[in-house]
Design a protein around this ligand. Structure first.
Ligand code: B12
Ligand code: SF4
Length: 587
């Protein structure tokens, strides 16, 4: 119910979907809400009965908001009075939208659920359009649309999911005036808000420039969802399908990161997570050393100060790449010693840590096919050649697992031009992980052409019914392997068997077509993989012969040897330490 706010409302109201703002239950809840269809909301309600309990400041504004909202707030505070701006949860909009309101700005990560690794799961379960997060995002837009003051204000949307509104042309339906692509710090964003406040017409879509300079990036000085503080922008590995890589490669100043960490703690946050595409480039951007040789001392120093900040009780890793684990295993060990005690993640059946703690960053595996990798991500494994991609994945994962890192690894199924041989190569890699006792949560997603990327115009698989038997086998094998740690109870495997076959009979067989049937039986364990292989219903996979770390290091170009750390061992036979080379030249 809308009731006019006594003060006439705020001039600028900032908000985000409820499901993107909550943080009390950790990262997993939001990822699940991005992937499960709304009819499965009960599963979330049962697991997290208190997920809707949010915290407010005294004036009714939100105690925490996604980092994106906080930066829009900071950007606007450069121009407008604090009293003119508020960041609030969707249910509190009626308290702040009034006759005085000129802009309602929404920040969103994934409003329509059409991105990779999200749409695919809802579509397997039968509704490709309505993941839980999308339901709540739509609810937010409907609420804004229904405001009695709607004619007085403009609705501006930004954030990493804004493109979904552009691509689906849902401006009218969602009552959105303008979508901003890019960062709020930009002068163009401020100009847009000025126009909206003056009641001028706004363009439908505005692309604003990303700051090129690390000093131009703002930091939150209040609490962010999950304690997210930015660490880097951009990446540098240049994968063709990637959006964040289009941003300039910047590592942000340590003092500013630390200030934002302290601000989070001051406002009641106990957890911190540094947002990055690849944590390992921090401290090595635009130095004399290529960014893919991590700066061990700088990273250890940064994370030491973060976890030792009084009040930081939990720390969660976001994204990274896998080659650095092969380049510098000692760095991984030192980070583990530092970060494990504050990790809220526990894997009782995997971790060798006394309290069973683990670290689980998100890493892109994408494909096991070298042919495909060359086409879509030829620098993913640098300094190693992409020809060695399967070896880099297996060796990197070995180092990570030995140090209690059990990453979530994404795979892309249905890349444009993907052949059966490519899928078989990926299945081979997955079987090889299993054979070697390695563990990662494997998250297959269907190729989604993302805007502005070099693959924007390419088309892959669009519906689960189009997946081939091999693509289904890969997806189901990944999920079967993910469930391994959960199957140690006597009832676990039986529950999966009965549950998945029941689900198939009830709904999935019609939705996903005949190619799904045998892979699902494999997943359920109702028939053993050996039996299915003998029956010719699934691909048996073949063992991989790959390079070990020593061989990978030996394969590096000699000019890269100078960046290796001898304390990791495995140095190339012909390597002469730098000091020695200098001494020889001097002689
Ligand atoms: C932390 C993070 C998460 C966390 C926490 C998210 C949260 N609610 O705080 C978790 C793990 C939960 C998460 C989940 C998911 N994420 Co995420 N996540 C990130 C990450 C690493 C950082 C996000 C962040 O806070 N950045 C810092 C802030 C400051 O940046 P920002 O939000 O973009 O805001 C800037 C601008 O966008 C702009 N802006 C933001 N809002 C607004 C509003 C207005 C009006 C204006 C003008 C401007 C503006 O200004 C800000 C800077 O000044 C990014 C990668 C990245 N580097 O951005 C991926 C990323 C955003 N996530 C991504 C994906 C795919 C997902 C998931 C779908 C994954 C999954 N399958 O589960 C889910 C979706 C969750 C959901 N609710 O639906 C993709 C986005 C793809 C897309 N949308 O097209 C990214 C880019 C990762 C990637 N490499 O591809 N994520
Ligand atoms: S490694 Fe990850 S972040 Fe970097 S370009 Fe590739 S996909 Fe993007």
């Amino acid at each position: 119910m809308f009731k006019e706010p006594s003060d006439g409302g705020r001039m600028i109201v900032l908000t985000a979907p409820l499901t993107e703002a909550i943080d009390h239950a950790g990262y997993f809840i939001q990822m699940a809400m991005a992937s499960l269809p709304i009819w499965m909301e009960g599963v979330i309600n049962r697991k997290y009965p208190k997920w809707r309990d949010i915290e407010h400041n005294e004036d009714g504004s939100a105690r925490y908001m996604p980092a994106g909202v906080r930066l829009v707030e900071k950007s606007l505070q450069r121009e407008y009075r604090n009293d003119d701006i508020v960041a609030c949860f969707p249910d509190d909009l009626p308290k702040f939208i009034g006759p005085r309101t000129r802009v309602v700005a929404v920040s969103t990560h994934n409003p329509l659920g059409v991105t990779f690794a999200a749409g695919v799961y809802t579509s397997i379960f039968g509704s490709s359009k309505m993941p839980i997060n999308s339901h709540y995002s739509r609810q937010l837009f409907a609420q804004i649309k229904a405001s009695p003051y709607r004619n007085n204000f403009k609705v501006i949307v930004g954030g990493s999911g804004g493109w979904q509104i552009i691509q689906t042309d849902t401006y009218e339906e969602l009552s959105v005036d303008c979508v901003v692509e890019g960062r709020s710090e930009s002068a163009d964003t401020l100009e847009l808000f000025r126009k909206a406040i003056m009641g001028e017409e706004l363009p439908r879509r505005v692309e604003v420039k990303h700051p090129l300079d690390r000093e131009a990036i703002l930091f939150p000085d209040t609490r962010t969802t999950f304690g997210v503080v930015e660490m880097t922008t951009g990446c540098g590995r240049r994968c063709k399908f990637c959006v964040p890589d289009l941003n300039p490669q910047i590592d942000l100043p340590k003092e500013k990161i630390m200030e934002a960490v302290r601000a989070n703690v001051r406002h009641g946050n106990k957890q911190i997570s540094l947002a990055t595409e690849d944590m390992f480039i921090w401290g090595q951007v635009h130095t004399d050393t290529p960014f893919y040789f991590p700066n061990r001392e700088a990273l250890v120093d940064l994370y030491t100060d973060i976890v030792n900040t009084p009040g930081v009780e939990q720390h969660v890793l976001s994204h990274c790449t896998i080659a650095p684990a092969v380049v510098d295993p000692l760095l991984i060990k030192q980070l583990s010693d530092l970060l494990l005690p504050k990790s809220p993640i526990h894997f009782p059946y995997l971790s060798s840590h006394p309290q069973k703690k683990a670290l689980a960053p998100l890493i892109g595996l994408e494909t096991g096919s070298v042919r495909m990798a060359k086409q879509i991500m030829s620098s993913k494994g640098v300094p190693f050649s992409i020809e060695d991609w399967p070896s880099v994945v297996l060796e990197g994962l070995r180092v990570l697992n030995e140090n209690n890192w059990f990453p979530a690894m994404t795979l892309i199924v249905g890349n444009p031009g993907e052949t059966d041989e490519d899928v078989m190569d990926t299945i081979d890699l997955v079987y090889e992980m299993e054979r070697r006792g390695l563990f990662a949560f494997l998250i297959p997603s269907i190729f989604t052409p993302l805007h502005d990327t070099r693959m924007e115009k390419e088309k892959g698989v669009t519906q689960t019914r189009q997946l081939t038997p091999l693509q289904w086998q890969l997806m189901m094998k990944c999920w079967k392997m993910n469930l391994r740690p959960g199957q140690y109870s006597w009832w676990g495997p039986m529950a999966w068997r009965v549950g998945s076959v029941g689900m198939w009979l009830y709904k999935l067989r019609a939705l996903n077509g005949p190619n799904f049937t045998w892979p699902l039986l494999m997943f359920s364990g109702a028939l053993s993989e050996k039996t299915l292989q003998r029956m010719g219903k699934i691909y048996p996979g073949k063992p991989l012969k790959t390079k070990n770390r020593r061989e990978l290091i030996a394969s590096l170009r000699p000019k890269d040897w100078q960046y290796l750390r001898a304390d990791n061992g495995d140095m190339p036979m012909d390597y002469i330490p730098r000091a020695a080379t200098h001494a020889m030249t001097a002689v």
